[in-house]
Design a protein around this ligand. Structure first.
Ligand code: TNX
Length: 539
């Protein structure tokens, strides 16, 4: 038996030098290029994470922390060349803004990138390469020798979170940012305002959160069922972020190289604001914050009164002081403009501005907001309805009603973000309805998300160049809790990530399915809920 255990020991040592194959590499999203090497690198206690530049120190510390969570090994940052396990190098000469080169040999791991974002993406890849190997009754952590060269296909890789229909607290948003980083996504679009709740503290207008952030019922009602209208003293369900909360969210996002784009809806989906300040609507009558869906949405901001614009400019002043993002999203979707048609202020505005219909009035509204936003050094994004009545000169269009609006905007020379319902609506069912929790409707299985291509067939090269990328949208009318939100997000976000990161020639559904269990392990270690049922639905 001594001999046997001797052999065992040798075979364990042999395992150390095990040659891994591409089948052992389970990275999502799939990198551009993977070349296998010989053997593996063994992580061990005291390994140093060395940096080429002091600006990487924080990142190195975060990596050490993450590696400790995953492997229980302690890492140090420093520069003692003898113990260097992982080397992080910023290299200006590299081409891709967010790309990276990751090289693992038996001697160590080297990561090179042009930006900290690239280093971070490489770190995520590295976490997915960690391989536990049984060594007697201990676990050894090795990383297969491999050379990976990678860069994203699109510069905009987003997730939209609707925190209005149900409020999700700061802790959930911070956790979601970490999950986004796992998927190499770089933009969180926060849908802060909708009929069912105003979620951002605005110091100049305290009623927005005193009144507009609360409603009397948690449960969603069916569309148009407004019977449960609140009276003032019954408001109890809701919540909002203080400006400090949002700054913390922005700071955490920034540490992950994620940009947070605030959406300040207008002119519709703002009943929460009108409930707080009724004078913002055409009629000026008192309304309540609805608990359920409202359709059609006729209580919208008045486009005639000057005080509407003063209000929105004041709000935007506070918004830009919180969010350093390049973009401000102004919504623009689903405005039923019947009140505008009969409003004396709106009629006067249309006469004065020589506008022919209410579509042109909305276009006037958006163009005016764009001038204000541009003057603040920001760019405007709106849902594809902003095409109607004429696009604002420098607007970026988020195409949700299919890709048509996006294609049209690109034809007009505007930038586009594709979020079509058919591929990007994570509030839709992901499996057979009888097995799934109540959802808004629709059907978007994992396999269909996987086929998402933000560039639409038939687009010219020039038009395609206007497609900045794609985004998953999580509308939350039927999603009241964080764990339900995670269930809707994962693993569909993994499929989305590959659709916006990976070159089409490198995408393969069978391969993705094989890599997915590794992602599930990561979800579990990150404490993320995810849908196992989506596995049932394969193409
Ligand atoms: C349409 S997408 C909406 C949202 C709803 C969503 C439900 C968009 C710009 N507007 O207000 O939540 O459908 O799927």
């Amino acid at each position: 038996s001594l001999i046997v255990s001797g052999i065992l020991i040798i075979s364990c040592a042999g395992d150390n030098n095990k040659t891994f194959t591409t089948a052992d590499i389970n990275i999502i999203p799939m990198p551009n290029q993977i070349d296998m090497g010989q053997g593996s690198f063994s992580l061990s206690k005291g390994n140093i994470i060395a940096v080429s530049d002091a600006s990487l120190n924080q990142l190195a510390q975060n990596m050490a922390q993450k590696l400790k969570e995953l492997t229980a090994l302690e890492f140090k940052s420093g520069s003692n060349q003898n113990d260097v396990g992982i080397q992080l190098v910023l290299d200006e000469t590299l081409n891709s803004e967010e790309g990276y080169d990751l090289q693992v040999s038996q001697q160590g791991i080297s990561i090179k990138a042009k930006s900290t974002a690239g280093i971070q993406h490489a770190a995520q890849t590295l976490y997915q390469l960690l391989h536990p190997i049984k060594d007697g009754n201990q676990i050894k952590w090795v990383v297969p020798s491999v050379t990976i060269s990678d860069a994203p296909r699109f510069e905009y890789r987003g997730l939209m979170l609707d925190v209005s229909r149900h409020f999700f607290d700061k802790a959930f948003v911070l956790k979601t940012l970490d999950a986004m980083a796992m998927h190499k996504l770089n933009t969180l679009h926060l849908h802060l305002i909708d009929d069912q709740g105003w979620r951002i503290e605005i110091k100049k207008y305290p009623k927005l959160t005193e009144v507009g952030a609360w409603r009397n019922n948690r449960e969603d009602r069916h569309w148009n069922d407004r019977k449960e209208a609140t009276t003032d003293n019954e408001k109890k369900y809701g919540g909002y972020y203080t400006q400090e909360d949002l700054k913390e969210i922005v700071a955490h996002a920034r540490s992950l190289n994620i940009e947070v784009i605030p959406e300040i809806e207008m002119p519709a989906h703002v009943m929460s604001a009108i409930a707080s300040y009724p004078e913002l609507s055409c009629k000026g009558n008192a309304i309540v914050v609805p608990s359920g869906g409202v359709w059609p949405i006729t209580d919208i901001y008045c486009a005639g009164k000057e005080n509407t614009f003063e209000f929105l400019e004041d709000v935007l002043d506070e918004v830009v002081a919180i969010f350093p993002s390049k973009y401000i999203h102004i919504g623009g979707d689903e405005a039923t403009k019947t009140n505008w048609e009969s409003c004396p202020h709106c009629k006067k505005r249309m006469r004065d501005e020589n506008l022919h219909d209410v579509e042109e009035l909305q276009s006037y509204f958006v163009k005016r907001m764009e001038r204000y936003i541009n003057a603040k050094g920001k760019k405007l994004i709106g849902w594809d309805e902003i095409l109607e009545g004429g696009l604002a000169p420098d607007a970026t269009v988020m195409s949700w009603r299919g890709t048509k609006g996006g294609v049209e905007a690109a034809k007009q020379g505007h930038d586009v973000i594709m979020t079509p319902t058919g591929h990007c609506y994570f509030d839709y069912y992901q499996g057979p309805q009888e097995l799934e929790p109540l959802a808004i409707g629709g059907y978007l299985p994992l396999s269909k998300v996987y086929t998402f291509n933000p560039v639409v067939e038939g687009m010219s090269e020039e038009e395609a160049a206007h497609v900045l990328g794609g985004q998953a949208n999580l509308w939350t009318e039927y999603i009241p809790t964080p764990s339900h939100a995670e269930y809707m997000l994962f693993p569909r976000l993994a499929a989305l990530s590959e659709a916006v990161w990976t070159q089409p020639s490198r995408k393969d559904w069978a391969s993705f399915s094989n890599r997915l269990p590794n992602m599930f392990t990561r979800y579990e270690s990150a404490g993320l809920n995810y849908a196992k049922s989506s596995q049932l639905v394969r193409m």
